[in-house]
Each structure stands twice: as C-alpha cells, then as structure tokens.
Design a protein around this ligand. Structure first.
Ligand code: COA
Ligand code: MG
Length: 286
C-alpha cells in the first residue's frame, strides 16, 4: 500500500489553495467537499474539484476527494460530479454503517466498467468519527475490499459524545486506540486525528509522535506548514532504522544457533521485538 503519512485537506471551493496544494509534495491531497466548504458553495466546490483533477498536476501526491456524508443528501451529486476526474480515491466522512461503503462501491464498480478502468482501482478511506461508527468499526473495516484505510475524526467524535475537547485528548483516547486496532486487525492503514492549531508546531510534533507511537501510519493535516514535520514524524529515523537492523541481524545469527530468545545490550529480545523491528524496516521500504 502507498505511504499516507500526511493527508492534507483543501477546501475545494478555493481555487488558489487547490493550485497550491498540488505543488506541496504531501503524500495525499484531499479535495474537500464536506465540512471545509460552506453550504452555499457546494456546487461550486464540485466543479472546482473536477477542474483540479482534470487540469492540475499533483506530482507524486495521491489525489483524493472527500464527499459529503451518506446522510447529507449531497453525496450522490458529489460522486457523479467528481468521478469523471478519476481521483485515486475517495474519503467518506461520518461512516456509521458498512452499508454506506457498499453503496458507494457499487456505484464506482459501474463507473469503472463503463470507463474501462481496472476494477477496484479506486480506493476508499473511511472516517470513523461517531459513537455508532466506532461501535460498527469491525463490520466497516472488514466488509469492503476497496477500503484501504480508517481515518479517526476526533472533533466530530467528541462532539457526537458531548465530550469536551482537551489538549491531552483523554476524551478521545479510547476511540483513537480502537480505530488503530480495528485497522490493524483487518490489514488497513490508520490515519490519525488533526492538530487544528496550525501555528503551534510543538503541539503538532507531540501529537504526530504520539500517533506514530500508537501505530498510526499517518495523520490528517490542514495547513502546508504541517506537511514536513508530519511526514518526518511518520518516517522511521536513522537511529530507529539502525537499531531495527541490529535486532534483525542479531536474531538471524541467534536462530542459526538454535536460540529464539537472546540478550542484546542487556535486554531480552524475542519474537515480538523482532517483528516490531521488521515492521520499522518495512515502513522504510527495507
Ligand atoms: N491547502 C493549500 N494551501 C493552503 C492550505 C491548504 N489546506 N492552507 C493554507 N494554504 C495556503 C494559503 O492560501 C496561503 O497561500 P499564499 O501564501 O499563496 O497566499 C498559504 O498557504 C499560507 O496560509 P495562511 O495564510 O497561513 O493560512 P490561511 O489563513 O490562508 O488559511 C485555513 C488557514 C485554516 C483556513 C487553511 O489552512 C485551510 O483552509 N485549511 C484546510 C481547512 C479544511 O479543509 N478543513 C476541513 C477538513 S478538517
Ligand atoms: Mg469530520
């Protein structure tokens, strides 16, 4: 699966930002038709999203479109208006039931067939951002082959619960851990919550390191200044890579001599630690 370390939202109603977003080198650029767009700008946003997909060169960035939610009454038109631009994938917000993914996927199947695009090539990424979405996360994560990632939406989730947002995020800790767990259980990527205070680089770095530590493979972002620190936070550092290589090498030497558990720098190493090291290497493409 492709790297999705930073997923940058751009309100699709803003042509200047769309043009800019295409040049920034984010792993994913998400043309937003949902909550970043004012209700009276939805039609305009659809047209500009299509134009951006058709006219702008996004370089190595994945081109995603975030539709409005299944219950908004806007989704069918969002889909019809933007599919002709052949995005790489769709972000579906406020997913609360697996049926919502199935319905979208059926419409995509028809469009792929009509256009002669390879079946299943268009990816889906589902946002879990409500109590019901979290309760149904197992069915949502397991039912749709096109689904590649779960995205945790902390702001909507907290608001659905009536929880008060705090800097430490204790009120969303359970859901944040649950989303990454459901994603791992079904072989999906997990994309973490936002840091909305985009002038606060320290807070961003703290949250990104925490998300990477929890097992997330990337996070959502809203501002160009957040791309580089976030993509770095979700890339293993040189020290982490060196340590992981040492563990794997020591493991190989030890199993050759019939030892599954061994000591390295005064600490016990066995299979879970070796697997974690292998994952770090895989993340860096080794
Ligand atoms: N994508 C592309 N370009 C962006 C951008 C984004 N998400 N956010 C800001 N920029 C551009 C600005 O247009 C500006 O460009 P310029 O220097 O060429 O004029 C530059 O980056 C610096 O922006 P800045 O002045 O610091 O911020 P702003 O006041 O223009 O915008 C926000 C602040 C929060 C409104 C803006 O970052 C934004 O729209 N973020 C995405 C919001 C969104 O999609 N929300 C829904 C999903 S959670
Ligand atoms: Mg949301």
């Amino acid at each position: 699966m492709r790297a999705r370390r930073a997923l940058l939202y751009v309100p699709a109603s803003d042509w200047h930002k769309l043009q800019k977003a295409a040049t920034l080198g984010a792993d994913c650029v998400c043309l937003d038709l949902e909550d970043g767009v004012a209700p009276n700008m939805k039609a305009e946003a659809r047209q500009l999203a299509l134009r951006a997909l058709q006219e702008l060169d996004f370089g190595r960035s994945e081109r995603l479109v975030r539709l409005n939610g299944a219950e908004s009454g806007l989704q069918a038109e969002d889909l019809a208006a933007t599919l002709p631009g052949r995005p790489d994938g769709l972000v579906l917000p406020k997913v609360s039931h697996p049926e919502q993914l199935r319905q979208i996927s059926q419409q995509i199947v028809q469009h792929e067939a009509a256009q002669g695009w390879p079946a299943g090539s268009l990816a889906l990424l589902a946002q879990i951002e409500s109590a019901l979405g979290l309760v149904n996360a197992r069915e949502i994560a397991s039912g749709e082959p096109r689904l590649q990632a779960l995205i945790f939406g902390a702001e909507d989730y907290a608001s659905d619960l009536g929880a008060k947002r705090s800097t430490e995020g204790r009120e969303v800790a359970y859901a944040r851990s649950a989303v990454v767990t459901f994603a791992a259980a079904y072989g999906l990527q997990a994309i973490d919550m936002l840091w909305v205070d985009f002038r606060d680089g320290e807070g961003l770095a703290r949250l990104a390191a925490e998300g990477a530590g929890l097992g997330y493979s990337g996070m959502q972002i809203i501002h160009p200044s957040q791309i580089e620190p976030v993509q770095n936070a979700f890339t293993p550092s040189t020290e982490e890579l060196a340590a992981a290589r040492r563990v794997v090498e020591a493991y190989e030497a030890n199993i050759a001599e019939g030892r599954g558990a061994f000591a390295l720098d005064g600490k016990m190493v066995d299979m879970p630690i070796v697997k974690a090291a292998q994952r770090v290497l895989a993340r860096a493409g080794e």
